[in-house]
Each structure stands twice: as structure tokens, then as C-alpha cells.
Design a binder for this molecule. Structure first.
Ligand SMILES: C[S@@+](CC[C@H](N)C(=O)[O-])C[C@H]1O[C@@H](n2cnc3c(N)ncnc32)[C@H](O)[C@@H]1O
Length: 261
């Protein structure tokens, strides 16, 4: 049974959400990429649809579900994950849609922006836009890194802070079904919100625990500061996951460029 707050539950979000006995006022979620799961493309679509719908069913009637995802470039095509998410929530209301710009610039292999989709139930009486920093449609926010956790998988604490202040009040309950580095929990502690986190990976839970309890600090990553080496490291991580084989593509592209130069 999942009813204790300010706690990380280890396990599959799809199972844990069924055991959730309390209604969150706000859900902030950033599911793993398809390559981080055991699913093929079709199964992944089903996974997204299932988890979003299950989360929506648990939400308080005046609650908000905020989805933060980056579309992926896979073998030269862009997989528009956010459209699958919108399609699976057709009977809900998509009432706000922002872009988080991770940095200004272009990356041939990873999109540099993220879709922030805000859903509510049709009968919800939620009021929008209390917080001024939430007004722009495009939010340019620098990333912060948590020790031990890959920054490419993580959204900025500042973004969570804005969302939590905009869509919840002190004492409200916030659920993050893919807690990762623990940023949602940490922000909730700072803003006097209760929280519940789900996370599959025990080693990520250790990282999150250390961060939430103040034993590790955020490392600042300035916009534009991510140098090529870092990006190559990120690409290497993706490669290790067999996601895109991007380094090979990069090498091939470089080789082609050399041929034509
Ligand atoms: C995109 S990351 C979330 C990052 C987080 N929002 C942050 O800013 O740190 C997805 C996280 O979900 C976890 N995860 C993957 N599959 C899961 C599942 N079925 N249930 C729960 N957690 C899962 C991964 O270990 C990873 O930490």
C-alpha cells in the first residue's frame, strides 16, 4: 500500500500507482526514454498511455498533471513522444503547453528543448498562472546536475520550483512517479509540500536520498556551458544504452564531411 508521504517507493511505477491510496494535487512526470525500457516502439506507446491514464485517475479532481518530455531522434527520424502522450489523454484537458529550452543552439542528435504539457480533468476548477516566472511560453532555464545522476535525464530544480508554486499550495501532495535524482522531492521539502516518489532503480534511489537529505549538492550547469566533451559523454551514455548509436553516425558524418571537403 502506498500512503506514506515524503517517501521514495522502489518499484515499477505501473504497479505502484495502483497501490496509491491518496490523491495527489499535482503530478510531475518525466518517464524514461524507450531505450531505457525493455519495450519495443509499440509497447512503449502502450506503456506511456497506461501510466499517464493511471496517474490521471489518481489525481485530485482539481489537480494538475505536468508532463516533461523530450522528443527523440531515432535513426534519423524524430519520434514525437509528446504527440502520443496528448493522444492518450484525449478525454482530459490539455490546458497549458510550454517549452523548456535547455540551451540555445543546435545538437544534431539530441533535441535541445522539452515539451511541458499540463493536463487537468474536464470538471477541474484549477486556476492557472499564479507565478510570474511561469508566464513565458518558452522557458530558458539552466540545468543543474545532481552528483551521480546523468544530467540529460534530469529537469532543472528551478523549473520544478516554478511548477510546484504555480499548481499547488503549502500542504498539498505532489507525486513524481519517475523520481530520478530526487529534485521534485527536494523542491517540495523547501516549499512545504508533501511528496511521494516512485523509482525503479535502487542506485538512483541512493543518489536521490543523499540529495534530498542534503548530503550532496547541486552542481550548476550554465546555459551554453555544456562543452562538447560533456555532450560526447552524454552520447556515450546513450550509446551504452544502445539507444541511437549516435557516435557511429557522428563518425560516419564526419568521415563523409572529410570526403567532400
Ligand atoms: C527521465 S528520468 C526522470 C528524471 C527526474 N525527473 C529528474 O529530474 O531527476 C526517468 C527515471 O525513471 C526511472 N524509471 C524507469 N522505469 C521506471 C518504472 N517503470 N517505474 C519507476 N521508475 C522508472 C529511471 O530509473 C529514471 O531515474
Amino acid at each position: 500500500m502506498v500512503n506514506e508521504t515524503n517517501k521514495i517507493y522502489q518499484g515499477d511505477a505501473l504497479d505502484l500507482i495502483d497501490q496509491l491510496m491518496v490523491s495527489p494535487n499535482l503530478i510531475i512526470m518525466s518517464p524514461p526514454d524507450s531505450a531505457e525500457t525493455k519495450f519495443n516502439q509499440e509497447q512503449y506507446r502502450e506503456f506511456l498511455s497506461n501510466i499517464y491514464r493511471k496517474c490521471m485517475n489518481k489525481l485530485d479532481e482539481n489537480g494538475v498533471l505536468v508532463s516533461i518530455t523530450t522528443d527523440r531522434k531515432i535513426e534519423g527520424k524524430i519520434y514525437t513522444k509528446h504527440i502520443d502522450i496528448i493522444n492518450s489523454m484525449k478525454d482530459k484537458v490539455l490546458f497549458n503547453y510550454k517549452i523548456w529550452a535547455k540551451k540555445l543552439g543546435t545538437n544534431l542528435y539530441i533535441l535541445t528543448y522539452c515539451h511541458i504539457l499540463c493536463f487537468k480533468n474536464p470538471k477541474s476548477r484549477i486556476t492557472n498562472n499564479k507565478v510570474e516566472e511561469w508566464y513565458p511560453d518558452v522557458l530558458l532555464i539552466e540545468r543543474d546536475k545532481i552528483k551521480g545522476y546523468p544530467s540529460k535525464d534530469s529537469f532543472p530544480s528551478k523549473l520544478i520550483d516554478i511548477i510546484v508554486r504555480n499548481y499547488s499550495r503549502a500542504g498539498d501532495l505532489v507525486l513524481d512517479p519517475f523520481l530520478g535524482s530526487g529534485k521534485t522531492a527536494k523542491v517540495c521539502n523547501e516549499l512545504n509540500r508533501k511528496w511521494i516518489g516512485f523509482e525503479l532503480s535502487p542506485s538512483n534511489i541512493e543518489i536521490a536520498d543523499t540529495f534530498i537529505n542534503g548530503k550532496s549538492k547541486k552542481e550548476k550547469v550554465e546555459i551554453g556551458e555544456l562543452n562538447e566533451l560533456n555532450e560526447l559523454n552524454e552520447l556515450n551514455e546513450l550509446n551504452e544504452l544502445n539507444e541511437l548509436n549516435e557516435l557511429n553516425e557522428l563518425n560516419e558524418l564526419n568521415a563523409e564531411e572529410n570526403l567532400f571537403s
